[in-house]
Write a protein of this length. Structure first.
Length: 119
């Protein structure tokens, strides 16, 4: 009896794992990552999968990237945003103004520090 119960629990666990993995594979799991340089954000820049238990409406993944300019012999820093690691929960009304403005502020801070590095 105990063996049958363990088998049922194992099968249920595998089924739940597969059911949660399928949407990830179908929903941009293999999508190419693009790094957008600092500019005005749009909702299309948030291609990632929203975190299911998050109380936030969106998250941006911005970083400072370094490039080496061989002509000058110096590094150049710039702010970039990953489209796959940035996500936003979809809204029925399609109004994203406040959300985009808020995430733009985070992106602006990243650009500010990139510019400080360049000085």
């Amino acid at each position: 009896m105990a063996g049958a119960l363990k088998l049922k629990i194992s099968i249920s666990g595998v089924a739940i794992f597969v059911l949660t993995l399928l949407p990830l594979i179908e929903n941009k799991f293999f999508a190419p990552v693009t790094i957008k340089r600092w500019s005005r954000l749009t909702i299309d820049d948030f291609q990632g999968i929203p975190q299911p238990l998050s109380s936030f409406a969106a998250a941006i993944s911005s970083s400072i990237y370094l490039e080496y300019d061989t002509a000058v012999g110096k590094y150049f820093a710039y702010a970039g945003q990953s489209n796959i690691r940035s996500w936003a929960k979809r809204r029925e009304d399609g109004r994203y103004n406040y959300l985009l403005d808020h995430e733009q502020c985070h992106f602006n801070i990243t650009e500010y520090y990139a510019r400080k590095l360049n000085k």
